[in-house]
Design a protein around this ligand. Structure first.
Ligand code: S3P
Length: 438
């Protein structure tokens, strides 16, 4: 299990381009696989999570050429062209792969088994199983509602009219993918808007889908058509750099070509609320913007003093993956930061409320978990050894804490950084973080 050592001090300067968006990379594989024709992809994330989805589709009979990093050529097999895989599909650490595939595979003529690593097989799956069963699917799981999942094939699915109990793009996307195979339309409402990459990409591939008044409506029956997709840089990976630069005076950093889809930009709003100096430069759209694509921009951040805030609950789903990084900003800020309405953080790759609180306390910061959030009192960060609990985002967040620490930080159990951000350490070194593998 590899460890990171971060020497205190440093600041972040220059330009950084982080790898491709994880959510979009998963989705382009899924839709490319069931489209008619060849989908060409640039900027695909070469992370363990998205490579697990790629391997799964190869097992399902899809030819994917991957001649160069970031470039894929997916030979779509059409909606009905997937084959039974030779064995269980191992999705490693990736919750997005498992939940979205559960939806996509519920309407196939064959059975599939989905499994994953110790973290993934602890995560809740009934949130997708329950509505998929209401659509006519049949999915077996453990008595705890966890993977391995056995997805029974040969079922006839019906469209569903469903109020999601939680704002979850993974649940919404699973149901939309199942809806492609169902009889009749699927209508979904969320308690708060979650990331809408699936809706945008389905539209891009020619599906009949519309969002109106908070209701997503998919009408099946239109074949998907292959397309080209340029994947923007992942704002969730950029978030570590945004936080690091924002909280360290003397920093001045530009993140290139970042995805700034408004359902993902809660981190920018929250950092600004905390007093950060952030500029979204020349927001331009990728080549497919006019077909419902993804907006992209360069983002400049300059370091300064941050203040603690009460986090508005409406921003929680829009920044759901960025809280580990934002908790570091809160630790370095003046005053108290209060987060509520974020119980979902307990169900990510680790229980992010507990793992972050434990690590922050090790670094001398007062951090009090609550049932659905945390209260952090900013202060002087001291050195120490923190455990990431194998959670990629926790590991990268504590690495950035090095910018504000007196002494040095050791972060244990960092292998999973490669699930979402291969090359993180090198990119951080180039920008000015004093980090190295132990
Ligand atoms: C994702 C949705 C989010 C997020 C995850 C990726 C996606 O999960 O935390 O990292 O690609 O749909 P939820 O939808 O469960 O909140």
């Amino acid at each position: 299990m590899s460890r990171l050592i971060i020497e205190g001090g440093g600041r972040l300067r220059g330009r950084v381009r982080v790898p491709g968006d994880k959510s979009i990379s998963h989705r382009v594989l899924m839709l490319g696989a069931i489209a008619e024709g060849v989908t060409e992809v640039e900027g695909f994330l070469e992370g363990a999570d998205t490579l697990a989805t790629l391997a799964a589709f190869r097992s399902l009979g899809v030819a994917v050429e991957h001649a160069e990093p970031g470039r894929l050529r997916i030979e779509g097999r059409g909606l009905r062209g997937l084959h039974a895989p030779p064995g269980p599909l191992d999705l490693g650490n990736s919750g997005t792969s498992m939940r979205l595939l559960a939806g996509l595979l519920a309407g196939q003529p064959f059975d599939t088994i989905l499994t994953g690593d110790a973290s993934l097989t602890r995560r809740p799956m009934r949130r997708v199983i329950t509505p998929l069963e209401r659509m006519g699917g049949a999915i077996l799981c453990t008595s705890e509602g966890t993977a391995p999942l056995v997805i029974r094939g040969g079922r006839s699915l019906r469209g569903i009219d469903y109020d999601l109990p939680i704002a979850s793009a993974q649940v919404k996307s699973a149901l939309l993918l199942a809806g492609l195979y169902a009889e009749g339309p699927t209508r979904l409402r969320e308690p708060a808007g979650s990331r809408d990459h699936t809706e945008r990409m389905l539209r891009r591939f020619g599906a009949t889908i519309a969002t109106e008044g908070g209701v997503v409506r998919l009408t099946p029956g239109t074949p998907l058509e292959a397309t080209r997709v340029d994947v923007p840089a992942d704002l969730s990976s950029a978030a570590f750099f945004l936080v690091g630069a924002a909280m360290k005076p003397g920093s001045d950093l530009v993140i290139d070509h970042a995805g700034v889809n408004p359902t993902r930009t809660g981190v920018l709003d929250l950092l600004r609320l905390m007093g950060a100096d952030i500029e979204v430069l020349e927001a331009h759209s990728s080549s497919w913007a006019d077909e419902g694509g993804e907006p992209v921009a360069d983002v400049r951040v300059r370091g300064g003093a941050l203040r603690g805030v009460e986090i508005p609950e409406r921003l929680v789903p829009l920044a759901i993956d960025e809280f580990p990084a934002l908790f570091i900003a809160a630790a370095a800020a003046r005053g108290e930061t209060v987060l509520c309405g974020a119980e979902e953080l307990r169900h990510k790759e680790s229980d992010r409320i507990e793992t972050m609180a434990r690590g922050l306390r090790t670094l001398g910061i007062e951090a009090r978990p609550t049932a659905d959030g945390i209260v952090i009192r900013g202060g002087a960060l001291q050195g120490g050894v923190v455990d990431s609990a194998s959670d990629h985002r926790v590991a990268m967040a504590f690495a950035m804490a090095g910018l504000a620490v007196h002494g040095s930080i050791e972060v244990a159990d960092c292998d999973n950084i490669a699930t979402s951000f291969p090359g993180f350490v090198e990119a951080a070194q180039r920008a000015g973080l004093r980090v190295r593998w132990a």
